[in-house]
Design a protein around this ligand. Structure first.
Ligand SMILES: O=C[C@H](O)[C@H](O)[C@H](O)COP(=O)(O)O
Length: 232
């Protein structure tokens, strides 16, 4: 089974947790997009949900699929959010933001009673940090903020650099919220809570991609099939 099929298998399994009448947060990224396709199919067959998307791209895909959307301002409390992740540790702590959507994803996840994360097996790690941690930062003073993140990373044993993310033509990537993304290569984050606190203390940091104690269930798909993990 290729990685695309695994993502689709996890997304399909997540549909078992979607119930009629739900207010549903809808994630961003290639795995979440598989979920949007299954959701659109179910909506076409009569499922009624209200969706709140975590990015402009997801909103577009949902609308193309006939999924009813509302803004989080109109539907501020959600029953469930289903989203992908870049890394998932055994306690279901996550790194997210590889697609640049971490701010809206975290706001939506925080507004949801439950978060289910869907992924192929390659996202499963013993400790977070191999995937560079995305940090959304304000454009004002971006270099000063980048250096402050670098100092935090160094204090926490980072092995690599902190780089501003660029888009396809080399210009800085701008998020849906109008911010920049700095990717911090830790290699291994031994104390995610301490890193999260230190990043939150930097004024130019809007949000970071550590989603700690937010997911209550992970659905992984791999060669051996689909397995579900809940918080220990
Ligand atoms: O900003 C993007 C999100 O956090 C994605 O959910 C994450 O990067 C995983 O994306 P994918 O399913 O494409 O690996």
């Amino acid at each position: 089974m290729g990685s695309d099929d695994m993502k689709a298998a996890a997304a399909r399994a997540a549909m078992d947790h979607v119930e009629n009448g739900m207010r549903l947060g809808i994630g961003t990224g290639s795995t979440a997009e598989k979920f949007v396709a299954f959701l659109a199919e179910a909506v076409g067959q009569g499922l009624e949900i209200i969706g709140v998307p975590t990015s402009e791209r997801t909103a577009r895909l949902c609308l193309e699929g006939g999924i009813r959307l509302e803004s989080l301002d109109d539907v501020p409390e959600l029953d469930l959010v289903i989203d992908g992740a870049d890394e998932i540790d055994p306690a279901l702590n996550l790194i997210k933001g590889g697609g640049g959507a971490l701010l809206r994803e975290k706001i939506v996840a925080h507004a949801a009673a439950r978060m289910i994360v869907i992924a192929d097996d390659s996202k499963c790690v013993e400790a977070l940090g191999r995937f560079p941690l995305p940090v959304e930062i304000n454009a004002f003073g971006a270099e000063a903020t980048r250096r402050a993140i670098e100092a935090v990373a160094r204090d926490h044993g980072a092995s690599g650099e902190v780089a501003l993310r660029t888009a396809s033509r080399g210009e800085p990537l701008i998020t849906d919220g109008g911010h920049l993304i700095a990717d911090a290569s830790f290699g291994h984050i031994s104390d995610p809570q301490a890193v999260a606190c230190a990043l939150n203390a930097i004024p130019g940091v809007v949000e970071h991609g550590l989603f700690l104690s937010m997911a209550s269930r992970a659905i992984f798909a791999g060669e051996a099939g689909v397995r579900e993990l809940t918080v220990p």
